[in-house]
Design a protein around this ligand. Sequence first.
Ligand SMILES: Cc1ncc(COP(=O)(O)O)c(C=O)c1O
Length: 430
Amino acid sequence: MPRLSRRQFVTTASLAAVAGAVALRPSAQGGPHDAYFQRLQAALRQAGVGTPTLVIDRERLQANARQVVHNIDGRMQLRLVNKSLPSLALLDELTRLTGTTRQMVFNLPYLQLLAQQRPHSDVLLGKPLPVAAAARFYAQRPSSGFDPSTQLQWLIDTPERLQQYRDLARAQKIPMRVNLEIDVGLHRGGIADEATLLSMIKLLQEEPLLRWSGLMGYDPHTEKIPDLPGMRQAARDHVKTTYQRMADLMLASPVGQHQPQPRTALTLNTAGSPTYRLHDGRGAANEVSVGSAMVKPTDFDTPLLADLSPACFIATPVIKSGPFQAPHGVEWIGQAAQWWDRNQRHGVFIYGGHWLAQPVSPAGLAPSGLIGPSSNQQILLGSGLQGLHSDDFVFLRPTQSEAVLQQFGDIAVYSNGRITDWWPAFPAQA
Ligand SMILES: Cc1ncc(COP(=O)(O)O)c(C=O)c1O
């Protein structure tokens, strides 16, 4: 074999490196909307939509609701998570499909709204509200016939808050139902030990205006724990044993013994979308909460929710579509990036942006690392294979439904290839 001179060696190595780099370049990705999104785009056009719009696919929503009911199979009660489905019409649809009037509510304005507008609801607070919020509720009682003494459960996490609610009940001379939040491992809040629970039992025993109505133990953390051997299962087991221990303690106490039919009359709530499949009624809990899974944003693309379909999308018009040009002064960086990655050659400016959402159709679009996000006209980069033109739609999937569903005005309901309804969303509220 002939020996290479030093110069020949350097030249050959450089050529090899360039050839290697060229071979490693990402290939051009993406393509136009598939048949599903083409139909959705046509429906939006037919409805004259020209602004960013939140769309719910009604058939998919219905299928998800039926699937959730099928999975629970009557073994537990179902409670709808109000904040994750923030529209009365959406909640009505799910109430009809699932047959539950139970809702978990997380703030005073939505509590007032629900109690006034849907007086047959059974409400459990999902967050312990400051007693001032509870006092405000009683100061402006709903005129709808909603009866807080039988239809509302306040969530209480500490002995101090229990005392505050007790003082409110005494001052107002009204009975109040209180559900105790227990910490089953998330450590977000709630009663973490038996001594605290016993002190709260004592407070409940001493005040007949306070009526114990159940427990709430929320457990989504188990599905976020790394799935190293045994770790996740240990966390799941801990949820159930902790719940059982707290429930046993309550039921054996004078407060629990006072209950006529402990298991069914009590609200022993657990879970949320990520974990509802882990509960089958054989544990102490008798009710699961489900909200987000009904519309399935991207954060809920998890194995336990694999049988549900994405049912909410953000549809937004394209303002400008063309070869991507980095801003003046850094054009060369854009050109270098485009040489390396053909998926940065085409720029699509959309109407709005910077939402908690991920582009989903047409495939192959991604935000620009060079330009960054914009709430006014965000740029998405792609190969150009998407074939987008001005006034076409880009579709994104929200990462969560809470708050995001309320950013677009009325929600467009897509059914059988048409926009058939517009559902008002709740006013944005923390
Ligand atoms: C107490 C509680 N239960 C249940 C849920 C579940 O909601 P989702 O089903 O929308 O995940 C939440 C969400 O924050 C929660 O805080």
